[in-house]
Ligand binder design. Structure first.
Ligand SMILES: [Zn+2]
Ligand SMILES: [Zn+2]
Ligand SMILES: [Zn+2]
Ligand SMILES: [Zn+2]
Ligand SMILES: [Zn+2]
Ligand SMILES: [Zn+2]
Ligand SMILES: [Zn+2]
Length: 379
């Protein structure tokens, strides 16, 4: 029992010392004597004492001031932005279609982050990532038509002997692609569309597994979703607008004139599969025709027998007519794509009969009923 008592005394002494330390040592500025904690004037010279140098310990109870919910959502969004960008970077090389979704999610969440939280370059890097990946998925190297993708010069033996076809010549690079076998162009629209949709499906699957929820097309943890104000909800949703239903962000549609090949048979009158008809008269001796550059090449198609499709300029696709090449669904005109309208209940005043509006909780806003706050229309 004596031991326990001593322990209590020690504990009391330690607590007392800690309290003293916590409140800081105060010394009278006039006489230099140490004052007792809590004293306002010096016990020796009655001079006013300075305030403790060390800040008062934080209060044990939670502050009664309500937490700024919007700011809290902003803080959570900032953490998510960083996580999304990290994922996007990791996936960029191997799964660009999935990486794109992380960049786009980050792009929307960025709208909730307080200005100045991230350096301006961080926001720009996210936008760049989105543009870079969309371009990568829409455009790319397409096989060279002239050499059939071999990159080698093609000698058309068919011009000498109809039973023979093209023969690639080793060591001589194709003049059209300079030996690369491919030229820059638009990817096949249906393949690009498929790749983008597959990326989206995989992204949604991952977010669902992680237990996240959707706000429009943006995925967030339920804890953040609960905090969102009406304004923040619309900001998020309009930050990731619906894609064009027809082109799914590829911005293109297959050219109907050439059925996507980008090429049409040469329309030069005298051209017969790249050879001018009138030159055929040298006829009789085959070995001679081999020597003179397979007789006369058609000047329009340069002997290829085909010309780039005039409608799509050889791309095989044209700008999507549904979205005029934006890749996005039509904007909602009712809310001018903001996703927000003045609250119907309180007519945008924020209160009803002197009480905060029960619908908008005083926020004065409501989500646009036409687009459900997404700012764009699915049909
Ligand atoms: Zn004093
Ligand atoms: Zn080529
Ligand atoms: Zn479109
Ligand atoms: Zn075409
Ligand atoms: Zn021709
Ligand atoms: Zn209201
Ligand atoms: Zn709307």
């Amino acid at each position: 029992m004596a031991g326990a008592g001593r322990c209590l005394i020690v504990l009391w002494l330690v607590t007392g010392a800690l309290a003293l330390w916590a409140q800081g040592v105060i010394v009278c500025g006039k006489c230099g004597r140490e004052a007792k904690p809590g004293d306002v004037v010096c016990r020796h010279c009655q001079d006013a004492l300075p305030k403790p140098k060390i800040d008062a310990p934080p209060p044990a109870v939670e502050p009664t001031v309500p937490v700024n919910v919007e700011a809290e959502a902003g803080r959570m969004a900032a953490i998510l932005v960083e996580a999304n960008v990290r994922q996007a970077r990791d996936l960029e090389a191997k799964q660009p279609e999935l990486s794109l979704c992380y960049y786009q999610n980050a792009m929307a969440l960025m709208r909730l982050v307080t200005a100045g939280k991230f350096p301006a370059a961080a926001g720009a890097a996210i936008l760049d990532g989105n543009t870079r990946l969309l371009t990568l998925l829409q455009r790319g190297a397409v096989p060279c038509r002239r050499c059939g993708g071999s990159g080698r010069y093609q000698l058309d033996l068919g011009k000498v002997d109809r039973s023979k076809g093209l023969k690639a010549v080793d060591g001589v690079p194709c003049t059209a692609c300079k030996g690369a076998g491919a030229v820059p162009g638009f990817k096949d629209v249906s393949k690009a569309k498929m790749q983008i949709l597959q990326g989206r499906t995989e992204f949604e699957r991952r977010q669902m597994v992680a237990g996240d929820v959707k706000v429009g097309r943006v995925w967030v943890p339920p804890a953040l979703e609960k905090l969102l104000t009406i304004r923040q909800r619309a900001l998020l949703m309009t930050g990731l607008p619906l894609p064009c239903r027809d082109c799914q962000q590829t911005t293109r549609q297959t050219c109907t004139a050439c059925r996507g090949s980008g090429w049409k048979p040469c329309d030069f009158e005298a051209c017969d599969h790249g050879v001018l008809k009138e030159t055929r008269r040298t006829g009789a001796r085959k070995e001679k025709r081999l020597n003179e550059e397979a007789v006369k090449k058609c000047p329009r198609c340069d002997g290829l027998g085909e010309i780039p499709c005039p409608l799509c300029k050889g791309n095989g696709s044209v700008a999507c007519s549904k979205c005029a090449g934006s890749g996005l669904a039509p904007r909602c005109t009712r809310c001018t794509a903001t996703g927000l309208l003045p609250c119907k209940k309180c007519k945008g005043t924020g209160d009803v009969k002197g009480e905060p509006c029960p619908e908008c909780k005083g926020e004065t806003l409501m989500l646009c009923p036409s687009c459900r706050g997404e700012g764009s229309l699915s049909r």
